[in-house]
Design a protein around this ligand. Structure first.
Ligand code: SAM
Length: 287
C-alpha cells in the first residue's frame, strides 16, 4: 500500500521494517537544545509524541510501558520510599510510581521541553506532576548519579530513549556502578531494555554490564508495546543484594489503585522468558 503525507512512518532500517500510523494533523513541532519534539493527532492512537522521528508515547498504548516500568520493580522492593527516575520526561512513569505509598520521587530528565510539551499535550500523564512527593529536575541523569549521595534511593528507574546520543551512557557499566552506589541496601534498578526480538544483543550486554557493576541478580521482563520496534518490549531489573525473581504477589493482588495492564499474574508471566532469550542470556552469564 502506498504511504503518503497522511501517514507517520518510523523506519527500522536495520530490520527492513517500519511502523506507520495514520495522521490527522501535526499539533506541534520544535527543536529543543537536545532533539526534535513533534506531537501528532493520529487516526486511531490518539496523540503521538516523537523525538527525532522516533515514537515515544501514544495515548492508546503508553499505559502498558509505563505500568511495566513502575509496578514490577516497586512490588519487588519490600518497602520503596525514595525513587529516582532518570529520563521519563513525558511523566507517565512518574504518574504510576506515585500510586505507591512512596515518600519521594526525583525525576531527572535531560530535556525540560519534553516535559513542558507533555504537560500541554498529554495532561493525563502529567496529572501527578504537582504531587508534593514529586521533584522534577532537568539535568543529565548520568552526571546526576555520579554526583548523587551514596545510599540515597531504594529504587532507580531508567526510562530513557534508545541507546544513542545522550542516552547511550544509560546502558553502560560505569553508569550502573554509580547507580549501585546511589542505592540503599536492598535497592533495585530497572531500565527499559528495548525489543527481545530486535535487540537481544543489547539485553545480553545489559545483563553483563549490570553484573559487572556488582548487581547480584538480573531479570528481564517482557510485554507487548505495539508502537515500539517489533511491537514487543522489555525492562531489565537488577538487585543490589538479592534475587529479583520474587515479588510481593499478595500486595500486588490486593493493590489499592487501578491499573489497565499490570496485575500480579501479568508480573509473574512477564518474568517467564521465551526459549531463545533464555538461551542467549545463559550464554551471556557464562562469558
Ligand atoms: N518510553 C520511551 C521509549 O522507550 O522510547 C522513553 C520515553 S522518555 C520521553 C525518554 C526521555 O529520556 C527523553 O525525554 C530524553 O530526553 C531522556 N533522556 C535521554 N538521555 C538522557 C540522560 N542522559 N539523562 C536524562 N534524561 C535523558
Amino acid at each position: 500500500m502506498a504511504l503518503d503525507s497522511r501517514w507517520f512512518t518510523e523506519e527500522w532500517a536495520e530490520q527492513g521494517a517500519a511502523i506507520s500510523l495514520e495522521i490527522k494533523r501535526k499539533l506541534h513541532e520544535e527543536q529543543s537544545p537536545y532533539q526534535r519534539i513533534e506531537i501528532w493527532e493520529t487516526g486511531t492512537f490518539g496523540r503521538l509524541m516523537t523525538l527525532d522521528g522516533l515514537v515515544m508515547v501514544t495515548d492508546r498504548d503508553n499505559f502498558i510501558y509505563h505500568e511495566m516500568m513502575s509496578h514490577p520493580v516497586l512490588f519487588t522492593h519490600p518497602k520503596p520510599e525514595s525513587v529516582l527516575i532518570i529520563g521519563g520526561g513525558d511523566c507517565g512513569t512518574l504518574h504510576e510510581v506515585l500510586k505507591h505509598p512512596v515518600k519521594q520521587v526525583t525525576q531527572v530528565e535531560l530535556d525540560e521541553r519534553v516535559t513542558r510539551v507533555a504537560e500541554q499535550f498529554f495532561p493525563a500523564l502529567c496529572a501527578s506532576n504537582n504531587d508534593p512527593r514529586a521533584r522534577l529536575r532537568f539535568a543529565d541523569g548520568i552526571q546526576w548519579v555520579k554526583d548523587a549521595e551514596a545510599g540515597s534511593h531504594d529504587v532507580i528507574i531508567v526510562d530513557g530513549t534508545d541507546p544513542i546520543g545522550p542516552a547511550a551512557g544509560l546502558f553502560s557499566e560505569a553508569f550502573y556502578k554509580n547507580c549501585l552506589r546511589t542505592l540503599r541496601p536492598g535497592g533495585l534498578i530497572v531500565g527499559q531494555s528495548e525489543s527481545p526480538l530486535f535487540h537481544a544483543g543489547l539485553i545480553m550486554a545489559m545483563h553483563q554490564a549490570l553484573r559487572g557493576a556488582g548487581f547480584k541478580d538480573v531479570q528481564t521482563l517482557h510485554f507487548p508495546q505495539c508502537t515500539y520496534p517489533s511491537g514487543w518490549w522489555s525492562a531489565t531489573l537488577a538487585g543490589k543484594n538479592g534475587s529479583v525473581a520474587n515479588f510481593r504477589a499478595q500486595d500486588a493482588r490486593n493493590k489499592t489503585f487501578a491499573t489497565r495492564y499490570y496485575n500480579a499474574a501479568v508480573h509473574q508471566g512477564a518474568l517467564a522468558l521465551p526459549e531463545f532469550l533464555q538461551n542467549q542470556l545463559r550464554v551471556a552469564s557464562s562469558e
